[in-house]
Each structure stands twice: as C-alpha cells, then as structure tokens.
Design a protein around this ligand. Structure first.
Ligand code: ARG
Length: 566
C-alpha cells in the first residue's frame, strides 16, 4: 500500500530544509477531528530550528506546498499545517490494498532472516495453572503472532518450572501425607493440596524445609526414587496444561523447561569461575552486583544446589547457541524484574555482547473480584474453571440470542475464550487487571465478543450480497463521513502492528480493534449496504470486505479466532 504519511513526509521534506523525511514522518500527527484534515504538522516542533514562530512556519509551508496526486489541500491553522488527502485516491488505495493482500494485510517482512525467541507461559509443575499464568500465556502468544506477521522466525519456548526446591517440598509432602491412589484420582488438585499442606506444616515445623532441600539435592544428583516421583508429578501436570493450551488455542515450539538444563549447569558454573566472576559468600557462590546497585546473583546455594537464575543463565547461552536469536523475550510478572536485571547483567559481565538483546516484558497482577491470587495459601482460581465458566455463560447467551445456530458448542468456545483473552489484553500490560464476568462477556462493550460479533456481521453482509467483493469500484461514491472515518481507521492497521511490536504491547491491537468495530457499526447503522444502485453497492461492499479482513487479521494477532457466525 502506498504509505500516505510517508509520501506526505517526502513532499514536506522538499520544503523543510533542516529536517529529513524520517524526522518529519515522526512529527506528523493524526488530527483529533476530520475538520483538521487527515494529517497535521505541529509547527511548534520546528520553531526552534527554523527560528520563526509556529504560525509563521505553518503559513509559509502552506504557501509553498504544491498539491499532488494525493494531497487535495493544506491549511495553516494556529501553528499547525493541516493536510487533506484527495479522498477518493486515499480510499481506493486503502481498500484495494486490504482486499488484494487479504490475510497479509498489515504484515511486513522487516524481520526476514531474523529469529526471536519468546519465553512465555512457563507454569510451574505441580502447581495449578492459574489466572496469573494466563497473562504470560496470552501476551507471549500474541507477541509471537505479531513478530511472525512482521516476517520474523519465532521460537516459542515454554520454560516450564519443572525443577527446583518446590519438588523437594512436594516429595516430602507426598511421602508424609499423600497416597498413590489419591494422586491418581485427583491429579493436580491433590498435588496442589499437598503443596499447600506442606507450607502450612512448615510454618510450624521449619525442619520440613531442610528435608525438602535434601530431596531436591537428591534430584540434582540423580537419585532414582526422587526422579521417578518428579517425573510422575510432571506428567500429571503436563496433561492438565495441555488441556488448557488446547482450549486457549496456544502452542509452543519447545518445552525445554528448567530441568532440561540440569546437565548443562556445571559448564555455566565452570565458565563463571574461569571468568573470575564467582565469589563465595556465606558458603554460597554468587556474582557480586553491588557495583551495579543490585543484590548479588546467587549461582549455587551452600549445599551446592542450583537456582532459578543459574538455570536462566544456562538457558540463555543454550538458546543463543541453538537458535542464534536476534532477540530473546521473557514474559513474566513484574515481580520478577529484579531477577531478570540481575542475570542479564551476569551475561553481560561474562562478555556476551548479545546481553543487550535479552528483553524482559513485565506485566501487572491479575485479581479476581479484587482478590490477589496466590498458590501457597491455596487461594487460587484455576484458569480451567474460568474458561469453562466463560464458555458456559456464552453458550447461554447464544441459546437466547441465536437458538438456531449450528456449531453452538464450538462458537461458544471461540467466543467465551476470546472474551477472557481479550479482557486480559485490553489494557497496557504493566497495569494490574481486575477480572469481572460482566465486563468480559458484555457483547456491547469494548470486548472480544463485541469485536467477534462485528466481524461475523461483516461476513453475513458479504454472504447476503451474493457477489465477490472486488477491488474494482468507484471510490468517489464513498462520500459520507462514516465511510471516510472507517477507511481512515483501516488505514492505520499496518502502523498499529508495528507499534504493538516495538512496544511489545498487544493492547495496541486490542484497542485498535474496538475502534474498527465501532467505526464499522456506525457506518452500518447509518447506511444501507445492499442498495439497488449496483455501483454504490459495489463500493460499500469493498469497504465491508476490507473491514472484515482487518478485523480477522487483527483478531488473529491477539490469539482470537474470527468465527463467521456468532
Ligand atoms: N516458572 C516461572 C513462574 O511461574 C516463570 C518462568 C519464566 N521464564 C524464565 N525463563 N524465567 O514464575
């Protein structure tokens, strides 16, 4: 598609000497209302370098600027240069691109030949998959889709929390209070109950913690009994996780979790030693980070066992060697920020220049009805229960609204799950999320169901029309303000995708989709589409088709399906 903003920047570049086209591009704004044009140049940003007042600059530029094949007119208004496109040329270009590029509309190949590793979801074995993990899963999954759309080769890694002292705890709890029958019957729920019981009892009897540590050390040394139990717990957990991933429609390229690095950590410790980075402190081996204003990064505990950070350092080196990534992105709660800063620093101190390509993508806390979720206290809401509830509620709504629909179950799944994902991705990721049913499942609010419903509406209009939308249409016929507004919003899609990628922020797409849906519905309510006049009908159908494509592509980027019927 012709990038209108870029084209305008090029034209302005010819008459604004001190700046280049890219700098002008970055300054150009979208005016808040249509009377101010399609793009605006805030001239106060030039006044220092051009040594004139914004009003003067705007005036001069307006006089100098020639109209062209896509600029209709320019106006200088209180220090802004407002630029108006030739509407029909703009409409034609945008709709034609969307209709021709279809599921590629909005994509680019900026990432060609480059690899991004995305580390997301990473639930902990033997602990439940709760709403907190949902965030990592859906943000990571969306980033994966966005980078892929931009031409990157993506590697999605589920760095399972399947190693560490918590397994020692679980083994102790199982041996003391558990039974094979009970675990076999209740699976992860029983493992969780054992974990919670361990914490309750350990509060009264701290010796249990020593026992747990001893069992973990046994695991690290390859003790058979310990490893058999560990493997059994892990299989039980993976079964549950897979069920959840299926419902969410999420998958991974690698399940190399923490345990995968067990036989690779000696080499890391050795390398740290060789590079003179290890120091002994109270029996433990640490990398001192005082100079950088951080607490030390502990590499080995005094009993010689490894830590979360030891495994992360080892995993990063392994990933660099295996995938030769350009970026490696870690999606976790903001509470882990310090952990990442610490070990990123260690990688840098080891002399690896790619340390700067390790990126932590933190997010805020999810609460349900205002309550924080924590595993230890056992006060968790299982993600699976939430998804099932969402599907059930959606099924009821469908039963009421469209009792004759086919595939009710599948549609209820797509919309129910979509509602949960969408609500999670609605705000900037760093913000805390408070999940409430009414908000998530509201078909009229700024929700997943609303966007999916609008997409289905475009499909139904196109089906009823009985003709293929074509990029051959008369753009001058799309002359109303609702039509033009919708085109302008569709035009923004490629830029929004880039912004979402650069900011590692799927909510850019989520919010954008609400804008598209709202603009489409305004158009839909104001104007008939399947009118008698064949030329007008064709033009409006092109607009509907481009909207359908944009909504469908956008929904996929945030990991939602775009059902044709709702
Ligand atoms: N399992 C960890 C947790 O639930 C998240 C792991 C994130 N990935 C990583 N490479 N540290 O908190």
């Amino acid at each position: 598609m012709l990038n209108f903003k870029k084209a305008v920047a090029d034209v302005l570049d010819n008459i604004i000497e001190p700046l280049d086209s890219q700098q002008i591009f970055d300054i150009l704004e979208l005016p808040p209302n249509p009377e101010m044009g399609d793009l605006a140049l805030p001239c106060f940003k030039l006044s220092k370098i051009m040594r004139r007042s914004p009003v003067q600059i705007a005036q001069e530029l307006a006089e100098k600027l020639q109209v062209s094949e896509y600029i209709d007119k320019v106006e200088a208004v209180s220090g802004y240069l407002n630029i108006f496109f030739i509407k029909s040329a703009f409409i034609k270009e945008v709709l034609e691109s969307a209709i021709k590029e279809k599921d590629k509309y909005g994509s680019q190949d900026v990432g060609k030949g480059k690899t991004v590793v995305i580390d997301y979801s990473a639930p902990n074995i033997a602990k439940p998959f709760h709403v907190g993990h949902l965030r990592s899963t859906v943000i990571g999954n969306s980033l994966y889709k966005i980078f892929e759309f931009m031409g990157y080769n993506c590697v999605g890694v589920n760095h399972l929390g399947d190693w560490g002292t918590q397994f020692g705890k679980l083994i102790v709890a199982y041996k003391k209070w558990g039974s094979r029958e009970k675990v076999e019957k209740d699976q992860i729920k029983e493992l969780m109950a054992l974990y919670v019981r361990f914490h309750d009892e350990a509060e009264k009897n701290p010796e249990l913690d020593d026992e747990a540590r001893a069992w973990f050390t046994k695991m690290e040394r390859g003790d058979q009994e310990a490893l058999e139990l560990w493997k059994w717990f892990k299989d039980i957990s993976l079964k549950e996780f897979d069920r959840v991933y299926k419902v969410l429609g999420v998958s991974f390229d690698s399940y190399a979790g923490e345990s995968f690095y067990n036989d690779k950590m000696d080499a890391t410790v050795e390398e740290l030693k060789q590079k003179n980075l290890l120091k002994e402190s109270e029996g433990a081996q640490i990398v001192d980070l005082e100079e950088y204003g951080m607490p030390p990064c502990i590499i080995l505990k005094k009993d010689g066992s490894t830590l979360y950070a030891t495994r992360d350092i080892t995993a990063a080196i392994y990933r660099k060697n295996t995938y030769d990534f350009d970026k490696c992105i870690y999606v976790t709660g903001a509470s882990q920020s310090l952990h990442f800063q610490q070990w990123f620093k260690v990688i840098e101190l080891m002399g690896y220049p790619w340390a700067k390509n390790l990126i932590h993508v933190p997010f805020g806390i999810v609460s349900l009805g205002g309550e924080k979720l924590a595993t230890r206290k056992g006060k968790v809401v299982l993600l699976e229960d939430i998804l099932n509830e969402a599907i059930k509620k959606t099924r009821e709504i469908i039963e009421e609204k469209s009792p004759n629909m086919e595939n009710k179950d599948e549609t209820a799944r797509e919309i129910g799950v979509g509602a949960v994902i969408f609500s999670d991705l609605s705000n900037n990721r760093i913000k805390d999320v408070s999940f409430t049913w009414d908000e998530a499942l509201n078909f009229d609010g700024e929700t997943g169901p609303y966007v999916q419903y609008t997409h289905a509406r475009t499909c139904s209009v196109l089906n009823k029309a009985g003709m293929e939308p074509s990029s051959e249409f008369n753009a001058e016929l799309l002359s109303t303000k609702e039509e033009y507004q919708l085109v302008k919003t569709l035009y923004q899609f490629p830029e929004k995708v880039i912004q979402a990628m650069n900011d590692l922020e799927p909510s850019v797409i989520t919010r954008y989709l609400v804008d598209v849906a709202q603009d489409f519905n305004r158009f839909y309510h104001e104007h008939s589409i399947l009118v008698e006049d064949q030329e007008l009908r064709k033009a409006r159908l092109a607009l509907v088709a481009a909207t359908r494509i944009t909504l469908s592509n956008g929904l996929k980027l945030i990991g939602l399906s775009a059902p044709e019927r709702v």
